[in-house]
Design a protein around this ligand. Structure first.
Ligand code: BJW
Ligand code: ZN
Length: 254
């Protein structure tokens, strides 16, 4: 079977004619690299860990060492992971002549970048952009290398003010980086085609970004092996994992 046989015809037609493509990715994009999603049954992080105790500003205030230890483990998981063929396919599509392809991700990992893609926006921040929780200064430190979750590790101190260094991620109740959110909205509004890959569509305001495409009549395609909150409002659904669908789609463009 050729690559084009595996791609739904309407989706292939849209992809072949699109000159400006915006790809919105969530945790499912990284799943086949071995980075767990948040809400998948059995394997999702929130099945084992309580977000209220780890991913809120209140959790950090109450117990920064518990949060820091968890993010150190998360960072080690990401560092041990490699981009999969879906990440590579997006980088290849982005490199094609005459194509503008913008990636906006909710993921805090760096797998798109390590596959060679440029990322327009990390709307929930970047795990590795460490900074001081007190004064905001960027911190030239790193997570300790751990391979298993541990209960507590004291965060390092800021070289400017001594405050605790925190991960550069967006926790529940925190606002998204304004530029990243606005750039993502503009990218879907200006696109000929929007792909929504591997997100449950449960977390706002990121989940509202595809709606700005619909409002402009830009076709929206979901790639996700399971039904999501996004599924009912997109134009086409492709029930396949990102690591299979994206390479098939990009191979079939010619
Ligand atoms: C595959 C696959 C494969 C599997 N291939 N696919 C309205 C109502 C109620 C509450 C709110 C509301 N609006 C806003 C809120 C509050 C809150 C919120 O949305 N809560 C909801 C949960 C109800 N939002 C916020 O707090 C946001 N800030 C905000 O609103 O600011 C304004 C404000 C400020 C102050 C007061 C009030 C308002 C901030 C949200 C920050 C989210 N942060 C996290 C953690 C980041 C750090 C970290 O990594 O630890 O971001 S939570 C977590 O969820 C992470 C993700 O980016 C985010 C989204 O998850 P995602 O990517 O969708 O993953 P999953 O696991 O949910 O889904 C995976 C999908 O992949 C599934 O569909 C699978 O099927 C699929 N999949 N394998 C393709 N191989
Ligand atoms: Zn500081």
């Amino acid at each position: 079977m050729s690559a084009s046989d595996r791609v739904p015809t309407e989706i292939l037609d849209l992809a072949r004619s699109a000159r400006r493509v915006t790809v919105l990715t969530g945790a499912g994009m990284s799943a086949e690299s071995g980075v767990p999603t948040f809400r998948d049954a059995q394997t999702g992080l929130w099945e084992r860990f309580d977000p209220a105790e780890l991913a809120t500003p209140e959790a950090w205030e109450d117990d920064p060492a518990q949060c820091w230890a968890w993010y150190a483990w998360r960072a080690s998981l990401v560092r041990r992971a490699d981009p999969h063929p879906g990440h590579v396919a997006l980088a290849q599509w982005q490199a094609r002549p005459g194509i503008d392809l913008w990636i906006s991700t909710q993921n805090v990992d760096d797998l798109h970048e390590r596959a060679g893609a440029g990322v327009l926006a990390h709307v929930h921040g970047n795990l590795f952009a460490l900074h001081c929780a007190s004064c905001g200064a960027p911190a030239d430190v790193d997570y300790p290398p751990i391979t298993e979750p541990v209960a507590r590790l004291d965060p390092p101190g800021c070289h400017q003010c001594g405050g605790p260094v925190r991960p550069g991620v967006v926790w529940f109740g925190e606002t998204l980086p304004e530029r990243a959110f606005q750039d993502s909205v503009e990218a879907v509004q200006e696109a000929d085609l929007v792909l929504v890959v591997g997100t449950s569509g449960l977390v706002h305001p990121a989940a509202s970004i595809p709606d700005f495409a619909g409002a402009r009549g830009v076709p929206v395609v979901e790639i996700n092996p399971r039904v999501s909150k996004v599924s009912g409002s997109v134009d086409h659904v492709w029930r396949a994992p990102a690591g299979q669908a994206l390479p098939a789609l990009v191979s079939a463009l010619d």
